[in-house]
Design a protein around this ligand. Structure first.
Ligand code: C2E
Ligand code: CA
Ligand code: CA
Length: 702
């Protein structure tokens, strides 16, 4: 219930305590009044009633006294009678005065009757006195004595009787008054007890009401503050009717709103990606599976070559690319959800960098194919970033719950999709599914690497060479050494299948050592036949982490006597970046030997061009994902042109990998690329095929 007007705590307290003081004052006044009445009663009693009683007693004595005076008068000699008369007169006078003073105007009829009797007997006494005095003065003592006995004495006796009656009456009256006063005092005492009790109760009630009216609103406040502390920001503190409390409640409400807003903002920041406005990884990993909306598939979409875009065209362009990729992905999923290809409410998130994750539900894998087609369509259009067009190329890793249909946690799906994404990148496919078979193969490969030691010892490995050509002259300048493994049981094993795992386990060092030995052997053979050709050997990150690596290479090179400038080492940019400072030192010890160095797979890793500047490298090998169909992709051409310019700016030779068509070659040549490598020039060669090629390309000069 809303109070009619808000009250202040001060006013409430003042009212409560004011009422208490008023009650106390009333009680004090009442007590004073009662005391006053009591003193008045006792005063009246002392001054009036007791005096009256005394006067009545005096009256009796005066009546007796007048009788005696009369006898003395009767017997007195004539010369003394005057004095006796005076005495009797004085007595009579006192009796009359006393009688007159006893008269009052009260309604006491009994009193009046007694007083009337007294006055009547007084009158008879007066007559008797006159008659007796006449006899005395006549000198008839006998007659006087007779008159005394027959007239005066009966009259005086009568007066005495009435005066005694009056005394009785007055005594009874006083006793009655005393009893009344007693009763009144008792009543007053009780009244005071009741008053004190009532007052105590009223005071207690007032104190309780006042306390409640202050404490209850404060308790409401306290509970409200507790609710806010527990995060119930939508609970509003209602008006309590107490101004101060309501002001605090208002302040708490405002605070709760502000805290709620801020918490929502923090939540948004925690769960939302700032750049795209999409939910982020935290949101995805915290989303619980919904039984009525089973999301069974997770797609991981990765913008290819984002790093290069950032490095060459700037981060603003990279951000535009991410924004475009995010909004196009979101659009594709929304459209497909609306048209029923996938289930409603797919979750599209940005995991970081150029990687997005979409978690959604489908009835058949067939529908995912429709989705992939839609995505390819959406990414076909290049993205316009501040006046230039950049191609948007996405690699997609897919994972689902599989045939078991067991509800895997979303984190597992993300990990599986990551495996699939890497597989897609390795095989240069636009997308790949994670499958149990893939997982088994992965585990199988891990088993395989342990066989590598055996392979190295038993020469199960082969070195194949893929020629590289100068784009300016069309002449071969050298070759890249690529390992091949003929496993006695599994047959041919692709390096893409075992190199990454051998790198993980460290077995790659064996491969590198073996390949370096073969390359040096071959270079020794070429000293006379093909002195201009160099061989590039792939070096892994693990080799670079080995402090003895440079010394071993130095020993191999010096003991073989080959020209160190003909042995090139290819290092992937991601490998360099793992520990850039240490890498740079090691690279210097390699160039000290005289070996030229190349950055491999450029554009796929996360290297910073600022670091590249400090690397003693002489060749930049642009990854083949940039070269694929470059003649048809103006945006990619722009990227590659920027890479070439930067490479040349750093004094590097720029090589394009994976050139397969004449159109690609022509485009690359136009873009200023120096060297090409790829199936167009030659596939990797070995044995007789290599010999034939070498024979065909024997330099005419030597
Ligand atoms: P990579 O260093 O980028 O080697 C180039 C790969 O591209 C080779 O695959 C080669 O056969 C392939 N290739 C060359 N021209 C073309 C083309 O025109 N089109 C297409 N689609 N592919 C082309 P390969 O031999 O399967 O090697 C795969 C990867 O395995 C290599 O990529 C390299 O990273 C690694 N690898 C190969 N041999 C060695 C090695 O001896 N040591 C180390 N550490 N890694 C090696
Ligand atoms: Ca390579
Ligand atoms: Ca490469």
């Amino acid at each position: 219930m809303k109070p009619t007007w808000p009250q202040r705590i001060g006013r409430r307290l003042a009212l409560g305590f004011g009422a208490l003081v008023l009650l106390l004052l009333l009680a004090l006044l009442q007590a004073a009044h009662q005391m006053h009445l009591a003193s008045e009663t006792s005063g009246r009693f002392a001054t009036q009633d007791m005096q009256r009683l005394l006067r009545v007693q005096a009256l009796s004595m005066q009546i007796e006294g007048v009788g005696n005076a009369f006898i003395r008068l009767l017997n007195a000699p004539r010369n003394q009678r005057v004095a006796e008369y005076t005495e009797v007169d004085a007595q009579n006078h006192r009796i009359d005065g006393n009688l007159a003073s006893l008269d009052d105007d009260s309604a006491d009829t009994a009193l009046h009757a007694i007083l009337n009797n007294l006055r009547a007997s007084r009158a008879r006494y007066a007559d008797a006195f006159v008659a007796t005095a006449d006899e005395i003065e006549a000198g008839d003592t006998a007659a006087a004595t007779r008159a005394l006995h027959t007239l005066v004495n009966p009259a005086l006796q009568d007066m005495l009787v009435h005066s005694n009656a009056l005394l009785n009456h007055e005594r009874q009256k006083v006793e009655q008054e005393l009893a009344d006063a007693q009763a009144w005092h008792e009543r007053t005492a009780w009244a005071m007890v009741w008053l004190a009790g009532g007052l105590a109760l009223a005071a207690a009630w007032l104190a309780w009401r006042t306390t409640c009216s202050v404490v209850n609103p404060l308790n409401t406040l306290e509970a409200g503050a507790g609710d806010i502390a527990e995060g119930q920001y939508d609970r509003r503190l209602l008006a309590t009717g107490v101004t101060e409390v309501d002001r605090v409640a208002q302040a708490l409400n405002t605070m709760a709103e502000a805290v709620a807003q801020r918490e929502a903002q923090i939540k948004r920041q925690a769960y939302e990606d700032a750049l795209t406005g999409l939910p982020n990884r935290t949101f995805l990993l915290n989303t619980q599976p919904e039984p009525d909306n089973p999301r069974n598939t997770l797609a991981l979409l990765d913008i290819a070559r984002l790093k290069v875009v950032n490095e060459t065209l700037g981060f603003a362009t990279g951000d535009s690319l991410i924004l475009a990729a995010g909004s196009r992905t979101r659009q594709v999923f929304d459209t497909l959800a609306d048209t029923g290809v996938i289930h409603q409410h797919p979750i599209v998130t940005r995991l970081g960098g150029g990687t997005f994750a979409a978690w959604f539900g489908v009835d058949h894998r067939q529908q995912v194919n429709t989705l992939l087609q839609a995505l390819v369509g959406a990414f076909q259009e290049p993205v316009s970033c501040s006046g230039q067009w950049v191609d948007l190329s996405m690699v997609i890793g897919l994972a689902d719950l599989g045939e078991t249909g067991i509800n895997l946690p979303v984190s597992t799906l993300v990990r599986n999709a990551e495996v699939a994404l890497h597989a897609a990148k390795r095989s240069a496919q636009p997308h790949a599914w994670h499958s149990d078979a893939q997982e088994a193969a992965r585990l199988g490969q891990l088993g395989l690497v342990s066989d590598l030691r055996q392979a190295v010892a038993h020469d199960e490995l082969q070195m194949w060479l893929q020629p590289k050509f100068s784009l300016a002259t069309g002449q071969p300048i050298g070759a890249e050494a690529l390992v091949r493994w003929h496993h006695p049981v599994r047959g041919f094993v692709s390096p893409a299948d075992f190199v990454p795992f051998a790198e993980q386990t460290g077995h790659i060092k064996l491969v590198t050592g073996w390949m370096l030995a073969r390359a040096i052997e071959t270079l020794k053979q070429w000293v006379h036949t093909h002195p201009s050709l160099s061989i590039a050997v792939n070096v892994s990150t693990r080799d670079l982490q080995d402090p003895g690596f440079a010394d071993r290479v130095r020993h191999m090179v010096t003991s073989s006597g080959i020209d160190p400038t003909k042995l090139r080492l290819e290092i992937t940019e991601s490998g360099l970046m793992e520990d850039a400072r240490q890498s740079i030192a090691l690279l210097h010890s390699l160039t000290d030997i005289g070996l030229p160095l190349s950055i491999d797979d450029f554009g796929t890793g996360y290297s910073s061009l600022a670091y590249l500047q400090k690397m003693p490298v002489s060749e930049l090998k642009i990854d083949r994902s940039f070269i694929d169909r470059i003649d048809t992709l103006p945006g990619t051409q722009q990227l590659v042109r920027a890479m070439v310019e930067m490479g040349h700016g750093l004094g590097l030779m720029v090589t394009a990998e994976g050139v397969e068509t004449e159109a690609e070659r022509a485009t690359l040549q136009a873009l200023g690329v120096d060297v090409m490598q790829g199936y167009l020039g030659s596939r990797p060669l070995h044995g007789a095929a290599l010999q034939t090629w070498l024979d065909r390309h024997t330099p005419t000069a030597s």
